[in-house]
Every structure is written in C-alpha cells, then in structure tokens.
Design a protein around this ligand. Structure first.
Ligand code: FES
Length: 135
C-alpha cells in the first residue's frame, strides 16, 4: 500500500491507499496525487480540473521520485510555465503514484483562473481598463 505524505506550510499529512481500490474522483489521472488528495479531503488546487492545462496542482517531490509514473511531454511543457519550478517538480494531476512518496506544496502557484470560472484581474489591471487600455 503506497504511503503518500503531503507537506504544506511545514505540516505533514500522510495517507495510504491500496492500488485499484481508490474511488476515482474524475479529476486528473487515476491514482495521481490529485486523485489521492481528493479521496482524502486534502485541498490541492486544480483550476483546470486535472486536464494538464494549468499549474495550480504543482507539487515538489521530496522523496520517492522513482515511485512515480514517467513525465509525459504535455506535463513537461505545462510545468515549464510553473512558478517556483524545481528539478523535482511534478503536476499533481499527472503524476501517478506507484509507491511511497513525499511531496511538498510550493510556496506559490500560478492561478489565472479561479475554480468556478472567471478571470481575476488585479487592481492595477482594472485601473488600466478604466483608463482605456486594452486588457
Ligand atoms: S490541475 Fe491543472 S494541470 Fe493539474
């Protein structure tokens, strides 16, 4: 049974699951970090719904990189745009867990579109728009 430890703000949460027994949550790949997080109520952002189209599910692998599925080109291309990218970065919705692993949430994620839709404009953008600038 793979053990998955999530570290957020220095606080560790460890969960275990049995391969083939996890109820698929229809976000990200089955048995990915996102799928596991959703099964255990661990808040992992996933603005694009787990379809490898954002980087809000970015995680940094601290242990057990060898216990994850290999990165595919679409994940690598998407990761290139992640804030705070490291050589141990993975997308939570694309990395499938094969064994024990420890991951940490990065300090920041890039979220252009909040869940539920709608683009969040910063105050300065709003001001520019009022002054006639094109968004
Ligand atoms: S949730 Fe958007 S890329 Fe993983």
């Amino acid at each position: 049974m793979p053990k998955v430890t999530f570290i957020k703000d220095g606080k560790e949460t460890t969960v275990e699951f049995e391969h083939g027994k996890l109820e698929y949550q229809h976000h990200g790949l089955p048995e990915s970090f996102l799928d596991v997080a959703m099964n255990f109520g661990i808040p992992l952002e996933h603005a694009c719904g787990g379809s490898c189209a954002c980087t809000t599910c970015h995680l940094i692998v601290r242990k057990g990189m060898e216990n994850l599925s290999e990165e595919q080109d679409n994940e690598l291309d998407r990761l290139d745009t992640a804030w705070d990218l490291t050589t141990s970065s993975r997308l939570g919705c694309q990395a499938v867990i094969k064994g024990d692993v420890v991951v940490e949430f990065p300090m920041y994620t890039r979220n252009y579109v909040q869940e539920g839709g709608g683009i969040q404009l910063g105050k300065s953008d709003e001001k520019e728009r009022q002054n006639g600038a094109q968004p």
